[in-house]
Design a protein around this ligand. Structure first.
Ligand SMILES: Cc1cc2nc3c(=O)[nH]c(=O)nc-3n(C[C@H](O)[C@H](O)[C@H](O)COP(=O)(O)OP(=O)(O)OC[C@H]3O[C@@H](n4cnc5c(N)ncnc54)[C@H](O)[C@@H]3O)c2cc1C
Length: 365
């Protein structure tokens, strides 16, 4: 376990705000996790689990506690018999060529494959790895910044897929009884941007690894609208996971900020989900309601745009001119600036439409 002291949270989060954290512990083995919580207990300090910081906001006063980061790496092919058990310790995408025996395994066995992914793997490396092997299930989740351990927390989703579609189970450290457990998907209560990990059991479990079930093949059509539009405009005929990954990456690059270039936390507000009656009422007022398999929703970006805020700079925070749901930290000096911008946006949208926007990123406190 690596122990760091007095680290600026702005350097650990993609919105690049936040004062110093007293301790940052980087855990490298499952045993380290218990030690890290023991360390915090010994010093009577609160804990916060951080991944890549792409969905977390730091506060100006920092955090007088212990931040714990999962640095465990590795992707393992799981099987009930153990016959296909290959380890990819310290897997680095782009550098690991498939060995002959691995190729054989994928060629001979078209049945679903379970991958156990250590939570410290960078999520997009996992997607790249799966696509390289022709496995479908997470290709539309390409380029979502973050670590694999955070993926089930808010049930990451994009372009018609969410991690709940393929997740089988997670391995955790349970801080309530200080034991290591496996939690099956059925107990995680997944829904839009939600699981027990960010609702009823928030802060209780440290995710050590996640297991996904992927299968050789292709995503079924119709794809998400913008993917279909891209396919039509560019005469795409290759629908392999790698091709869909390339399409999604291109669409995202044109619309979403790269966290390495522009400070943001991605979508700052959640879309608004409506029951049937509310959806009918919204439609009667002329609001665009999307009726999908996951429910009826209004795009919050549309509400922000209609409130005249798209592209506006508020207290150093830019409402993206490409996707109004995204707030970019252009020149904000403090969390307080962000809070003022957020208050103005939510108030304007409420005054115009009567909907309260709900924030997506988590507060580190
Ligand atoms: C440019 C941009 C685009 C984005 N696009 C999308 C998108 O398309 N779809 C989408 O769903 N999200 C998107 N996001 C949000 C973000 O990428 C995801 O929420 C991602 O899963 C965050 O991962 P992270 O490692 O950065 O988590 P963090 O921000 O570090 O943590 C997020 C939450 O998870 C908890 N957590 C993290 N790791 C663990 C662990 N090991 N065990 C227990 N709890 C843990 C934290 O305590 C916190 O509550 C985007 C963000 C950005 C900046």
């Amino acid at each position: 376990m690596k122990v760091n002291e007095n680290i600026l949270i702005s350097s650990l989060t993609t919105m690049r705000l936040g004062g110093p954290a007293r301790y940052v512990l980087e855990v490298e083995t499952p045993e380290d996790v218990a030690d890290a919580y023991g360390f915090a207990e010994q010093y009577h300090l609160p804990t916060f689990v951080l991944g890549y910081g792409a969905n977390t906001l730091g506060h100006d006063e920092g955090f007088n506690g212990v931040i714990i980061i999962n640095r465990m790496k590795g992707i393992f092919i799981e099987s009930e018999t153990g016959a296909r058990n290959i380890s990819f310790e310290d897997h680095k995408p782009g550098r690991t060529a498939l060995s002959v025996s691995e190729k054989e395994i994928f060629r001979q066995d078209p049945s679903p494959i379970q991958l156990k992914i250590m939570g410290g793997e960078y999520w997009d490396d996992v997607v790249e790895y799966a696509c390289q092997k022709g496995l479908t299930g997470i290709e539309a989740l390409s380029k979502i910044p973050g670590l694999a351990g955070a993926a089930p927390v808010q049930n990451i989703g994009a372009y018609g897929q969410e991690v709940a579609d393929t997740l089988v189970e997670i391995e955790v450290y349970d801080t309530a009884d200080k034991t290591y457990k496996t939690i099956p998907k059925s107990e995680l209560n997944f829904s839009y941007r939600k699981s027990i990990l960010n609702t009823t059991s928030k802060g209780r479990y440290f995710v050590i690894s996640i297991t996904l079930e992927l299968k050789p093949g292709q995503m079924s059509r119709p794809y998400y609208n913008s993917i279909e539009q891209y396919i039509a405009a560019n005469n795409v005929t290759d629908f392999s996971p790698q091709s869909i990954r390339n399409i999604v990456s291109t669409i995202r690059a044109n619309k979403l900020p790269d966290p390495l270039d522009q400070a943001s936390a991605g979508s700052f507000f959640k879309n608004i989900y409506l029951d049937e009656a509310a959806a009918d009422a919204a439609e009667a007022k002329g609001y665009p309601v999307y009726r999908g398999k996951d429910g009826n929703k209004i795009n919050s970006g549309w509400l922000i745009e209609q409130a005249g805020l798209k592209g506006k700079l508020l207290h150093g925070i830019r409402v993206s001119d490409k996707a109004a749901l995204i707030l970019i930290n252009e020149s904000a000096k403090s969390y307080n600036d962000l809070a003022k911008a957020r208050a103005e946006i939510t108030a304007k949208v409420y005054d115009k439409f009567g909907f309260w926007l709900e924030q997506e990123p988590v507060e580190l406190q």
